[in-house]
Design a binder for this molecule. Sequence first.
Ligand code: ADP
Length: 396
Amino acid sequence: MKVLVINCGSSSLKYQLIDSETEQALAVGICERIGQEVSYLKHTPNGGDKVVLETSMKNHEIAVSMVLEALINDSYGVIKSLDEIGAVGHRVVHGGEKFAASTIITDEVIKAIEGCNDLAPLHNPANLIGIRACANLMEGVPMVAVFDTAFHQTMPPKAYLYGLPFDYYEKHKIRKYGFHGTSHSYVSKKAAEFAGLDIENSKVIVCHLGNGASISAVLNGKSIDTSMGFTPLSGLVMGTRSGDIDPSIIEFISKRENKTIDQVMNLLNKESGVWGMSEVSSDFRDINVAMDSGNEKARLAFELFVYRVAKYIGGYVAAMNGVDVIAFTAGVGENDHKVREWVCEYLGYLGVTIDLEKNKARGVEIMLTTPESKVKVCIMPTNEELAIARETVALL
Ligand code: ADP
């Protein structure tokens, strides 16, 4: 079956058409600047050149229709007719406590996703726009919602509750939800398999280090804790997000800098993290270059990032009473050998020894540890689109 995977943001729409039998992406692409005067569709057919179309996409429905047109286009299309698309898999950021697994999209499901809008006001409404646009343009084609939060619904209350009055959980559902679930689920399974473990009897820590970054503890195939929380702001220091801070800082900054709460939240989400600390960039490639040329702030940002990763790993080793395999994934985790090397330097107490030559690898599935290492460490490239396509087919 050919599955169209859609990841819809407020002004962008990423897509892949995946052949579920071969698990090949037949085409990948993105619509950018939807709603603005000039929008772009960037479409790459498998084995072909990237096509960039400059046009105007007033809304997501127009974007979806342009994607469908690109897929059947005579010169750069990859299918003859839209009838070949057997299903659509949608990434949905927040499923609240309602969705502990992917689900076939019905009118009730759309309402329930809408019910979670408060918890992800930037993301869920955009995801729903994508769902509705596809429903209008591809009548009768089954659609599945795959939630970022679902994999972490197995966390026990001691991991997901905050030390707030219990009422706030009951009334407002304030708790840890966790994100990047599709990636943590996919990578933890693959890493356990790669390490020769039975997933039902395994302790895996997944370090999903991208622009957004989170770590999870996966015990016997189930997420028991993760570093992101009520929102994707908590946990690790990220590209532009602060990660964990003392909540009192929010009030302090607000008073000292005369900023509203919204402005402080914007600062924590968009102007902090590696970017805010280094004053160089949120991109680890730039941070590495700056560090190499002696930039002290870039080095501090890098050190803080690595230190926080190592501390979370330590916490999750305690939570699971051990660990069998630690997997690095996403943009930074798959590509930045220095991040991996420096994190592993903290893990001597676990008996981790890595092969520095192997650690130079990028973006490939590879075991980094030496045969004597007591805990295995690997790179395991994530593939959220493939995971969504698999879930979609499995449900149908
Ligand atoms: P997201 O999906 O959260 O936007 P990605 O997982 O795509 O993020 O990761 C993007 C980040 O990966 C970039 O911001 C950059 O910091 C990092 N990255 C990509 N390639 C490299 C590289 N060769 N070396 C170091 N970091 C890299």
